[in-house]
Design a protein around this ligand. Structure first.
Ligand code: F6R
Length: 246
């Protein structure tokens, strides 16, 4: 696992954005796995800016997002499909049919599992971008999730619901379930970058890098992946650094 420590959230966006843009330049048909939430916002802003500046062509790129809230339609303002449209897709020349976000209206795990089949059919994810929850979740694979899990309907923990309530009017509006790529689906990606910013992620980052591998901290599964780059700002890196110095 490679660790890159950057100054702050803005620099995180630049470094991660360049990392992703480099892949698009190297392979115009690259398949990207994408994340939502606060962590990738500066990255997407930077990608949009550079795409405009340098006329970067996204017409051959395919994307698969990690997750979606159960019960939210794609046009719901808090849905992850809506987030992706507003934060990235509307601003670049990616083809709508090449972008995939799990459907919040899927009712069964059989329907959800088709998402892995679609990814496989496309050729597999070349580069997966991940954020991380305070409890170490990746995608919405909460503590206890099996390392063998594929895309399915999952329950969100109280911590995640509370953390994500900042985007909703009230906590009770936050969906309690999501469709999420599983840990195995994520591990199937050829390459992974995980990004984090801020002091509230520092414990999760410590576990990600130094923790014992186990389902209590789902992020630790990434220690078993051969090609992971972790890009975090100084605040998020603090505990990992002090653990390394002990
Ligand atoms: C989002 C996702 C989640 C977030 C995580 C961190 O698609 O899969 O795992 O990456 O909850 O969220 P933020 O970045 O909002 O702190």
């Amino acid at each position: 696992m490679k660790l890159v420590i950057v100054k702050d959230y803005n620099e995180l966006g630049k470094i991660t954005g360049d990392f992703i843009l480099e892949k698009v330049k190297q392979n115009p048909n690259v398949i990207l796995g994408l994340a939502t939430g606060s962590s990738p916002i500066t990255t997407y802003e930077y990608i949009i800016e550079k795409t405009k500046e340098n006329n970067i062509d996204w017409s051959g790129v395919k994307t698969f997002n990690l997750d979606e809230y159960v019960g939210l339609t794609p046009d719901h303002e808090q849905s992850y499909r809506y987030f992706m449209e507003k934060q990235l897709f509307e601003h670049i020349n990616i083809k709508k049919e090449n972008t995939h976000v799990p459907n919040g209206l899927w009712k069964t795990n059989e329907e959800a599992a088709q998402y892995d089949e679609e990814i496989k059919k496309a050729g597999g994810i070349d580069l997966q971008l991940l954020g991380i929850g305070q409890n170490g979740h990746i995608g919405f694979n909460e503590p206890g999730a099996s390392f063998d899990s594929i895309t399915s309907i999952v329950d969100l923990t109280k911590t995640t619901i509370e953390a994500n309530s900042r985007f909703f009017e009230k906590v009770s509006d936050v969906p309690t379930k999501a469709v999420s790529m599983g840990l195995k689906s994520i591990m199937n990606s050829k390459e992974i970058i995980l990004i984090a910013s801020g002091a509230n992620k520092t414990e999760a980052i410590k576990h990600l890098i130094k923790g014992e591998i186990g389902t209590e901290w789902p992020c630790t599964v990434l220690q078993n992946h051969p090609n992971v780059t972790v890009i975090v700002d100084q605040e998020a890196a603090k505990e990992a650094i002090s653990a390394a110095n002990k």
